[in-house]
Design a protein around this ligand. Structure first.
Ligand SMILES: Cc1cc2nc3c(=O)[nH]c(=O)nc-3n(C[C@H](O)[C@H](O)[C@H](O)COP(=O)(O)OP(=O)(O)OC[C@H]3O[C@@H](n4cnc5c(N)ncnc54)[C@H](O)[C@@H]3O)c2cc1C
Length: 534
């Protein structure tokens, strides 16, 4: 795919950003038949898209805020995603503990409405249960004053793996998708040269800046440092929290539109939540929603909503966010989760769009925003993972009009995502690979050492490393341990211990030397230490 950057051909669409939004857009554009290129500066889903709460949901919180349109749209998309990517998604029961009759009525009615809004794509009926039943389901829940619970259904997924499968789906439909390729400049049609200034125009005039049109990008391969100048009909900016940087590549005076809001998660052992269901606290002391969600045989606790001034690809959890989650989750349990019990802490940044003057990110809208600049740059930001497909369709419709491309209809509603399989055995540790699991098992049949575990405390096997290098564009130890497998997000210490094994196997598959192995182990260890609490 990298070699295609040497061709002088003109792309219909260049997408900047390989997170949920950009990858979804690449799938949509390629399946409509446009010549599509996606460029990601780091690895696919390195940004926010690997750091979510892993819910495919309408958003019970947004229902409480009265954002009916967003909830209805998200519930529809939830239903489609569960059908289009069954290997990466599942229907999960959420238990919402209630401490008064009033709470049971209030949340019971709200969640019944949530069901109704999902229509034929609903995942199951909301039930009201008594305190004893709630304790049977959530065995560690504190029972003091517990009057019962509401049990409702929502969706869950593996975010980074969905990103990788979307990249594969886009490529299979003709798109070129590249990780480690950073857009460093937008190229515009030259002003004045082709239209010399008329006498009536000011000296030095010509085409004004607003008449310049974007006609390509300059991209740097972040591994070889080689640069390429590429031509295209339209550029889509899908860079999440980096949106403003690309807007300012277009117009240095462009105002910031994104307000990053940080959310962190703590990951703990299943022993703190031995059942199979999730817990949802609808309103903590300061009005936030808190989840405890079983995921890959661990439990993800979160999240927070903290306005942050600066942004980076590796946001740092704040101590007060860690304390907030531990303090509040422990209030609902009759066991105590200590800092030392935390296997991993990870932070992500929501690319929220500023509206009005409020700095409180928790009340900022979660809908997506699309903007077309005077030079034709099409920007999409905001939204959520769950609605990535609808966001992609909306931004592409806008880009087609902005660039006067031939109109073609969106075909992704029922498009099967790479790995789709009719039936999955959720007890098979490779089930997240869907249809690809067969090929991974074949690797083990050819070389039985590849059936060995990467680390004794996690179910991933060595064949997954080879698979990730050969088929999923993984080029660093971090790619494998953070986003192809999810070891870093499940148990940071185990991931650090696994790094030498992963580096050695990758080096063999990629024909790299011992210096590379050592450099990869060091880089990964430094990074992963930031995911440790103790
Ligand atoms: C704490 C938290 C919890 C969440 N939980 C959920 C949830 O449970 N369910 C849900 O539906 N949604 C959830 N979301 C929202 C969801 O994760 C985001 O809306 C979504 O991941 C944003 O995707 P994105 O593609 O817009 O941004 P990103 O994933 O950040 O992708 C943008 C990409 O652009 C790349 N980029 C930037 N500049 C350049 C450049 N110059 N050249 C090339 N590439 C560039 C970046 O490297 C990055 O990978 C959550 C968000 C947070 C923060």
């Amino acid at each position: 795919m990298l070699q295609q950057l040497n061709d002088a051909t003109e792309w219909d669409i260049i997408i900047i950003g390989g997170g949920a939004t950009g990858l979804g857009t690449a799938v949509d554009a390629a399946t409509r038949g446009y010549k599509t290129l996606l460029l990601e500066q780091h690895d696919f889903a390195k940004g926010t898209s690997s750091r979510s709460t892993k819910l495919v949901h309408g958003g019970v919180r947004y229902l409480a805020q009265g954002n009916i349109k967003l909830v209805r749209e998200a519930l529809h998309e939830r239903g489609l995603l569960l059908k289009n990517a069954p290997h990466l998604t599942n229907n999960l029961s959420f238990v919402l503990p209630c401490y008064s009759l009033w709470q049971k009525i209030y949340y019971g009615i709200g969640l019944k409405l949530y069901d109704v809004m999902a229509g034929s794509l609903g995942l199951g009926k909301t039930k009201i249960i008594n305190a004893k039943k709630a304790k049977d389901i959530l065995q560690t829940i504190a029972t003091k004053n517990l009057s019962g619970a509401i049990v409702y259904q929502d969706g869950q997924f593996d975010d980074a793996r969905l990103a990788i499968n979307l990249a594969q789906t886009a490529a299979e439909n003709g798109a070129t998708v590249l990780n480690y390729c950073k857009v460093i400049q937008l190229v515009k049609t030259p002003p004045a040269v082709t239209n010399p200034p008329k006498k009536t125009e000011q000296a030095g005039g010509g085409l004004s800046a607003s008449k310049e049109k974007i006609c390509g990008v300059i991209v740097q391969d972040e591994i070889s440092k080689q640069q390429y100048q590429l031509k295209c009909k339209v550029v889509i900016n899908a860079t999440g929290i980096f949106t403003d940087e690309v807007l300012q590549m277009d117009d240095a005076a462009a105002k910031n539109i994104v307000s990053p809001s940080q959310g962190i998660h703590l990951v703990v052992d299943k022993k703190f939540f031995p059942g199979v269901d999730a817990m949802m606290i609808p309103k903590t002391e300061d009005g936030r929603v808190l989840f405890a969600v079983p995921w890959h045989d661990k439990v993800v606790l979160g999240t927070t909503d903290t306005p942050i001034e600066s942004h980076s690809l590796e946001p740092k959890p704040l101590q007060e966010e860690i304390e907030f989650i531990l303090h509040h989750i422990n209030k609902y349990l009759d066991v105590t989760i200590q800092r030392t019990d935390v296997k991993t802490v990870f932070a992500g940044l929501r690319p929220l769009v500023k509206k009005g003057t409020s700095k409180k990110t928790a009340i900022m809208p979660r809908d997506h925003t699309i903007i077309v600049s005077s030079s034709g740059l099409v920007t999409i930001t905001g939204g959520k993972w769950t609605t990535y497909r609808k966001m992609a369709s909306d931004v592409l419709n806008t880009a087609v009009i902005a660039a006067k491309l031939e109109k073609k209809n969106c075909v992704t509603q029922h498009l099967k995502i790479h790995g789709w399989i009719n039936e999955t055995d959720k007890n098979d540790p490779l089930h997240f690979y869907g249809a690809d699991a067969i090929a991974i098992k074949k690797l083990c049949a050819q070389d039985e050492t590849l059936s060995e575990l990467i680390h004794p405390s996690l179910p991933n096997i060595k064949a997954e490393i080879i698979w990730a290098v050969q088929n999923e564009m993984a080029v660093t130890v971090e790619d494998v341990l953070a986003r192809r497998t999810r070891l870093l997000f499940l148990d940071a210490r185990a991931a650090i211990e696994a790094a030498p094994t992963v580096a050695q196997l990758m080096a063999k598959a990629m024909h790299e030397n011992n210096d590379w192995v050592q450099q990869q182990i060091n880089a990964f260890t430094t990074l992963a230490k930031q995911y440790l609490l103790s």
